[in-house]
Design a binder for this molecule. Sequence first.
Ligand code: SF4
Length: 234
Amino acid sequence: MEVWLSKKFSGEQKQRQPTEAQQEKIQRASKIEQLLRRAYPNPAIALGFKTPVQLLVAVILSAQCTDVRVNIVTKELFRKYRTAKEFANANRLELEQEIHSTGFYKNKAKNIISCCQTLVDKYSGAVPQTMKELTALAGVGRKTANCVLGGCFNIPSGIVVDTHVKRLANRLDLTDQDDPEKIEVDLMKLIPKKDWIHFGNALIYHGRKVCSARRPLCADCIFSKLCPSAFSFY
Ligand code: SF4
C-alpha cells in the first residue's frame, strides 16, 4: 500500500518504511475507510452545482459559511451568472449584494470575479484540472482545488480538509495537527490515494450527521469501538 510519504503532498513516492506505530495507524485508518465505505458508499457533495465553474464559485462562497446558506444563495446566483465569462463581467457591487449573506462578501466577490477573469483569459472559460493551476486562481486554496478536482473530474489530488474533516481526524487520532494543510499531509500518509476522494467526502458527511462539534452521537457511531475519543464528551 503506497501511503507512506516523505515529501509534502508527493502522493507517489515511497522512500521510507513506516514505523511500527505508523503502521498501526495505517491499519486503523484502513478500517475507518472500510467502515465509511459501508456506511456511505456514494457521499454526495452538499453544495449544489451543475458545472465545474459553479462548484468552484460555490466552494469559494462556502468559506466561513454553511452549505445550506450557500445553496440558498447560489440557487438565484447561478440563474443570473451561467458561465465564467458572466461572472468575470459581473458588476462587483451587485455581486457583493447577491452574496452578502454568505459573509466576507467583499473579498468573495473580488475573488470570484478575478478567478473567473483568469478562467476566461487563460482557459477559454473552462476550469483547469491540476492543483498547480487551480491554486494559482484568486480565492482558491487546496481545499477548494481538491473539492473541484475530486467532485468534477474524479481526480484524487489530495484530501478535502474542511471543518468536519479537521475535527474528525483529530478525534479519531489520525493527526494531532491543527492546520488543514498539515492535517491533509498526515491523512495522505495514512489513506491510499485511490480512496482520497471518498474518504474526505464521507468524513464530511459523518461529521454532519453523527460527530458534530458540540454533541457527537458516539452511541450511534460506526467508529465507537475504535475511536479514542468515543464517549469522552459526556
Ligand atoms: S465515536 Fe464519538 S467522537 Fe468518535 S467519531 Fe464517533 S461520534 Fe465522533
